[in-house]
Design a protein around this ligand. Structure first.
Ligand SMILES: NC(=O)c1ccc[n+]([C@@H]2O[C@H](COP(=O)([O-])OP(=O)(O)OC[C@H]3O[C@@H](n4cnc5c(N)ncnc54)[C@H](O)[C@@H]3O)[C@@H](O)[C@H]2O)c1
Length: 380
């Protein structure tokens, strides 16, 4: 009989739903060594936590995250709360011997992230950071094509993550709906929220980033705080653009903003190699654009690969060739691999240490923008 694995979820918002959905779906589609049991959900508002528990099948609910971490019955702690709570919860969970899946970015800043890495490594608990875009089949296929050497030497890796939801100066900062705009809760703006995804995927595809030159802008300088009602200075970066070098000699440029009118979540990347190029777009996430220079010139051009065949990453677990999957499935893939590795007592990539490398890049980006100088990225 498959062993039961008791899950404690902290945070029932956007990510709480994606993680719960993944735990509920995973055994239907993947052969995993555990049967997840949704034991307890925790969040700020009692009535909401209760309603969430009823809707998603959690056995109990609480408003005190310490109760989840200290519960001897809990095997895995899922951290799906604003960034300022990640470190305290993860360190307590590591000390209590729980396996941990933490949402990105790992922490508010580098010192916190380093303490979190120390805590999980000292206690030896399996850990994972939820950079879920790696597990879009087309993005995983891009990694496979690069590792097979199909692109040859890589010259350029560029990525964008564009949104438009904070253009109005009337959007408040802070509080539960808009904590992302409050520097104390978020740590940074688009750099930690959006570029962290692009940086994680870029370094997974193309290796370490060595140095960066960045600029950031805060277009709306003051916003009302949702909790105090007071107008306060805005501390986050609304937009960030940076150039970088990779360890392999290639060049990178990255852009993220919440002021690109018309774009809701346009995450794109393009990689140019000696022999081939790859491009991907989150709004068309099941397709990978691929240009192979070795094709005969009369038929050479960008191909649009529909990543749905059963020999493509993850797709043998889903429907039949030609039928697509979407955003939520990336979390199912993440949980499936987390559970496989847990059975062997291992962490899952990207673990806390890999996420620390991304935190170092984010930190260097913000420092570079502040000092208006190139900044060397610390090595993890
Ligand atoms: N992987 C991704 O693509 C992705 C996408 C969105 C968010 N995130 C990350 O996930 C995390 C959560 O973001 P979200 O969008 O789900 O936020 P959200 O605002 O939708 O939900 C936050 C949850 O945290 C709970 N919470 C807040 N303070 C708490 C406390 N003191 N004790 C217990 N619970 C508390 C709230 O009740 C709420 O349920 C963030 O770190 C964010 O960066 C990742």
């Amino acid at each position: 009989m498959t062993k039961k694995l008791n899950v404690g979820l902290i945070g029932y918002g956007f990510m709480g739903r994606t993680h719960s959905n993944a735990y509920r779906r995973v055994t239907n589609f993947f052969d995993v060594p555990y049967e997840p049991v949704l034991q307890v959900v925790c969040g700020l508002v009692e009535a909401e936590a209760k309603a969430f528990a009823e809707r998603w099948g959690y056995k109990s609910h609480t408003t005190d995250w310490h109760k989840v971490v200290e519960d001897e019955n809990i095997d895995v702690v899922e951290i799906c709360v604003p960034n300022n709570l990640h470190a305290e919860i993860a360190i307590a969970a590591a000390k209590a011997g729980k396996a941990i899946c933490c949402e990105k970015p790992l922490a508010l800043n580098v010192p916190q992230a380093e303490q979190m890495v120390k805590a999980v490594e000292e206690s030896g608990v399996p850990n994972l950071v939820s950079f879920n875009y790696r597990r879009v089949p087309a993005v995983t296929l891009a990694k496979q094509l690069i590792d097979e050497g199909r692109l040859g030497k890589i010259f350029h890796y560029r990525a964008n993550f564009l949104q438009d939801w904070t253009i109005s100066a009337k959007v408040p900062q802070g509080g539960m709906a808009t904590w992302r705009l409050d520097i104390k809760a978020a740590g940074s703006g688009v750099t930690g929220d959006l570029l962290a995804h692009c940086i994680d995927t870029a370094m997974w595809h193309n290796g370490p980033i060595t140095d960066v030159c960045a600029m950031t802008e805060t277009f709306v300088k003051e916003r009302m705080h949702a909790e105090t009602g007071k107008v306060e200075p805005v501390g986050i970066d609304d937009a960030c653009t940076f150039l970088c070098h990779y360890d392999n000699g290639s060049l990178g440029n990255f852009e993220s903003t919440r002021y690109a009118r018309g774009h809701k979540a346009l995450y794109t990347f393009e990689i140019n190699g000696e022999k081939a190029s790859i491009a991907w777009d989150l709004h068309d996430l099941h397709r990978l654009s691929y240009f192979d220079h070795s094709d005969q010139s009369i038929v050479r051009g960008w191909r649009s690969i529909h990543v749905t065949d059963s020999d493509m990453p993850y797709m043998d677990k889903w429907w039949v060739p030609g039928l697509q999957i979407g955003y939520e499935h990336t979390f199912v893939h993440q949980v499936a691999e987390f559970l496989q590795n847990l059975a062997e007592g291992k962490s899952t990539s990207p673990d806390f240490r890999e996420a620390l490398a991304t935190q170092y890049v984010c930190d260097a980006v913000l420092t570079s923008a502040k000092n208006k100088k190139w900044e060397t990225v610390k090595k993890p």
